[in-house]
Design a protein around this ligand. Sequence first.
Ligand SMILES: C[S@@+](CC[C@H](N)C(=O)[O-])C[C@H]1O[C@@H](n2cnc3c(N)ncnc32)[C@H](O)[C@@H]1O
Length: 253
Amino acid sequence: MTPTDSASALFDQEGWWDPESFLHGLHTLLDPVRGPYVTTALEKAGVDSRSRVLDVGSGGGFLAATLSDAGYDVIGIDPSMASIREAKDHVRSTFVAAAGESLPFSDSSVDAVTCSEVLEHVEDPEVVVAEISRVLRPGGLLVFSMPNRTVLSRLVLIDLAQRFWPTRVLPSELHDWTRFIRPTEFRELAQRHRLVVGDVHGVAIRLRHLPAAVAALVALRTSQITYAEAGSRVHLRLSRPTSIAYIGVATRT
Ligand SMILES: C[S@@+](CC[C@H](N)C(=O)[O-])C[C@H]1O[C@@H](n2cnc3c(N)ncnc32)[C@H](O)[C@@H]1O
């Protein structure tokens, strides 16, 4: 599979850092919570800044930017050539066009891998996880995040965000709910590839911020604010419930 074959057209574009693009929302929405989570997880696992961290499905380089700011030697890989160009234009790291199904690295050559909001978009997550496991050194760390497959995630991410006319702000083909993976399923999948899942946290909105988040959604839908602004008005946090989305770590045995 060549990089471009496996790149979804939605992601194969250069607007990642444009505040008007839905892609930029990912940055202002998720990075305030996943950035500190990922850097803390790497520190806790003893992955220091001399270590090589691979960001699988790096998109416009949002997570790579956080890691690079924290001093890590990051290599982002993504099948979308346009995303690679965009990441190179905005982030001082190395970016390589490649698919997660066929990582251009030798066995056990990487200290840590991040794979955030990617597995729900690939044809067969099992193949990508097997590849991640192959390139990770024993004891190496995988940090992952993705949406859960629950009634609530369907309501919020599909019905409200992609379908319901007054609130839809994302492309209707962005997420296919049936591709979402439950934490228990991911744990088993990872285990099949010698990755032992440790801590898993939900990523959720604080209840007291819900009115502001709904107001931001309406303002975005009516073009009063940008995706970047809307994302920054929705304050996500780590939570115990994983009903909408989750983030966690796994160690390569
Ligand atoms: C929702 S975006 C997430 C981007 C980035 N990880 C982030 O969170 O900012 C999904 C990314 O997965 C990439 N992708 C799609 N299929 C892939 C594959 N088979 N292997 C690796 N990345 C893939 C897309 O090109 C896109 O950049």
